[in-house]
Ligand binder design. Structure first.
Ligand code: FES
Length: 144
């Protein structure tokens, strides 16, 4: 009888010990794992479509100083980063040549921001644009 009681007491002790260690491991993993934040998106009013010349460009700047090139194409507006993906020089729109141009190393991009010639390794970064009731909004993601 005594040995059965002793056996059950040891089993209960080992089970509670295992539960304690399991809980400790779960808390340790939770503490070591970084919390994920969802990137918030914001819309910035950048002007009226009627005030933008068709085929023309405008540079806007958000509150953090990020510069974005807007190019109107009929009822749509294209928004691309002004930062060249080669070494970070400022890109400009050349409407008469229908291209974006980086003067630092003669990088040339087409109207969609794709690389045409020069050293840039990839296309210009794009932003989503929404035109609603004649107003143009630039949609940007907040850094996570
Ligand atoms: S920085 Fe633009 S082409 Fe080199």
């Amino acid at each position: 009888m005594e040995s059965r009681r002793s056996f059950l007491s040891k089993v209960a002790m080992w089970m509670s010990l295992a539960a304690s260690y399991g809980t400790a491991v779960a808390y340790a993993l939770r503490a070591l794992t970084p919390k994920r934040k969802l990137a918030a998106e914001r819309s910035i009013y950048v002007g009226r479509l009627a005030d933008m010349q068709d085929g023309g460009s405008r540079t806007v700047e958000d509150l953090r100083g990020t510069r974005v090139l807007l190019v109107r194409e009929g009822e749509h507006v294209r928004a691309l980063s002004t930062i060249c993906p080669h070494l970070g020089c400022r890109v400009r729109w050349e409407g008469d040549k229908d291209r974006f141009f980086c003067p630092c190393h003669d990088g040339v991009f087409n109207r969609e921001g794709g690389v045409v010639s020069g050293p840039p390794p990839r296309a210009l970064d794009k932003y989503d644009v929404e035109v609603a009731a004649g107003a143009v909004y630039l949609r940007m993601k907040e850094p996570a």
